[in-house]
Ligand binder design. Sequence first.
Ligand code: CP
Ligand code: NVA
Length: 342
Amino acid sequence: MYEYAFSKGGCRMVDLRGRDFLKLLDFTPKEIEHLLKVAATLKKQKHSHVSHKYLKGKQVALIFEKDSTRTRCSFEAGAVDLGMHATYIGPTGSQLGKKETIADTARVLCRMYDGIEYRGFDQTIVEDLAKYSSVPVWNGLTNEFHPTQMLADVMTVKEEFGRLKGITLCFCGDARNNVGNSLMVVCSKLGMNFVCAAPKDLFPKEELVKTCEEICKKTGGSIRLETDIMKATKDADVLYTDVWVSMGEPMELWESRIKLLKPYQVNKAVMENASKKAIFLHCLPSFHNIDTTIGKEIYEKFGITEMEVTDEVFESSHSRVFEEAENRMHTIKAVMLETLKK
Ligand code: CP
Ligand code: NVA
């Protein structure tokens, strides 16, 4: 059943069975493209209500040391769609971190589960988890990288433009956060042009820029770091932004980040500066109004009603943020399927 469904979609030469999914730097362009094809097939099956329980009887453990809506639900709903059972382990209620190390947790969970997802802090934690686990470990977001998000993002871009090579994606905002870093990596891997619009202090780390520039030499992609948002976004195909303060960063940072990043907000003028057919993406959650607890708090303290993106752009015809959010599930299913299948 599996081979039949995917014989036309994926690449037969790609074999990801047993692999961890920790960061996209570990994957070849062919492997990433393969995951996108599998995700597209799974999306079609889901939309046409074709059963796809290819991993029936397997079980996965989902560790979340930080909050999540999209990633958690994609793994949980995706696991059930594929015929699996999922156990959610939240920030409280387990021994992890307080009485038990990552290494011991990994060695316990891999005896009970077929795969382990981890969302949390340092990238070294998920890398350690993988080192001590005999089953695949998937990175659901760390301080440095958010690789499953990337698959959904480029899937959305491909659905829009029919291709990835040569597409220019401009990330506006905190370009050295997990999403900024990962976008630079995925664009390099897939021959896309990555532009960042950010203050110099929030440019991605030089070492990662160098690594990505080397990758670009082989794939035809490019990297440009700009401090001028109008220069950066001129004629871009995709504008992307993310929150100005990420999970795990202290609340006290808001004041300085607002000052630093206000000029990098994606508003109507910035959107109109991009290509006519440009789309807007955001990993979400987003502060585009004051209808949330934190949104309200920021408004009361600093008097701003919108942050990284204006409500106008967020709700505009350019916005593909909910298509992107849906694609989180299809791409996460592709990762689970390809690493866990027999
Ligand atoms: N984009 C994303 O990772 O969303 P969640 O934090 O809701 O999982
Ligand atoms: N940079 C954000 C991404 C959320 C999906 C964070 O880490 O909070």
